[in-house]
Design a binder for this molecule. Structure first.
Ligand code: ADP
Ligand code: MG
Length: 296
């Protein structure tokens, strides 16, 4: 299909190398039922640092529920979810977010009453909060009072940090905006409720990216977008991949899946029915059947 052999070769190489990296996410046998219906049924997979995995599957196959389980928006009935080796299953979305996870939503969620800059700035403040310098010491009983003291000092003398922080956040937002070129530049001080759908989604991606997440989950980042908007999102995500970001995305558009993914998981009826590189998965008869037979 007029493919680009060089890009595919690079993908192949990336795919092999990335499997040697440490695990960022480990999912084991997670299950979730809604009123007796098994939305997610014993799903297991690993995600390595720098790896990009796509989940494909017909509507209702459990893709969004899987993302919601990992990001703490719903708790699994059973199973294990580890981020960087720490169990997070059952933690709240805020707590999981503080462990370095960022996500976007199937319908593009931004804070309607905040401007574009303010929305993106939230991601930066999340990063500052999540990367508290002494937080790691809480593991050691004798030193666990150190972060409390340090944070109290910062809270009592906010002026020490506020000015520098404000300058940094402005620079960082500017850099995010630049990546979307003229698309967001003229809208920076507009309230998010006035944005087009595509601009809401750009803002959402920028907000996630500025938080420097360990793990980025994207639920259908191009849903409802036209061809040129889709191409632009692909470019953004390729940029994030080239920066070494670890990503899990749910995506229907196969050209995006093929261009971005190191590995693809195909879901149907809450289960992973096939996995492998994009071509392998697309040629799997079970996957073809799931798409042709059951797609609503
Ligand atoms: P997908 O994202 O693959 O389209 P979902 O994960 O959204 O699928 O949904 C999987 C199944 O779980 C569907 O049958 C859906 O109706 C059901 N489901 C998802 N969320 C809820 C919920 N909050 N309450 C009840 N049923 C739900
Ligand atoms: Mg969905």
């Amino acid at each position: 299909s007029g493919g680009e052999p060089e890009a595919e070769l690079n993908n192949e190489e990336h795919r092999r190398k990335v499997l040697e990296n440490p695990l960022v996410l480990r999912v084991r046998d997670i299950e979730k039922s809604f009123q007796g219906l098994k939305a997610v049924d014993k799903v297991s997979f690993d995600l390595h640092e720098g790896e990009v995995i796509s989940i494909i599957g017909p509507n209702g196959s459990g893709k969004s529920t899987t993302i919601n389980l990992i990001s703490g928006f719903i708790a699994p009935d059973s199973g294990l979810i580890d981020i960087d080796g720490d169990p997070v299953a059952g933690l709240s979305a805020a707590e999981v977010s503080n462990r370095g996870l960022a996500r976007t939503f199937q319908n593009g969620r931004v804070f309607a009453g905040l401007t574009v800059d303010e929305n993106i700035g939230l991601g930066f403040h999340k990063k500052l909060h999540a990367q508290r310098p002494f937080a790691g010491l809480q593991r050691f009983p004798l030193l666990k009072w150190v972060p409390l003291l340090a944070e109290t000092a910062v809270a009592l003398f906010p002026g020490l940090n506020a000015h520098r922080e404000q300058r940094e956040v402005e620079q960082r937002i500017g850099r995010e905006i630049d990546r979307f070129r003229e698309r967001l530049e003229s809208r920076r001080n507009d309230y998010a409720y006035t944005l087009s759908y595509a601009n809401r989604r750009r803002t959402e991606i920028a907000r996630a990216h500025i938080s420097e997440p360990k793990l980025l989950l994207l639920d259908e980042p191009t849903a409802g977008m036209n061809q040129s908007e889709t191409a632009e999102v692909l470019q953004q995500l390729q940029f994030l991949k080239s920066q070494g970001h670890t990503m899990l995305l749910v995506e229907h558009k196969i050209e995006l899946v093929t261009a971005l993914s190191d590995r693809v998981l195909a879901m149907d009826g809450g289960r992973i029915i096939a996995q492998g590189d994009p071509d392998h998965v697309r040629k799997n008869p079970q996957v073809v059947e799931a798409y042709l037979g059951k797609r609503r």
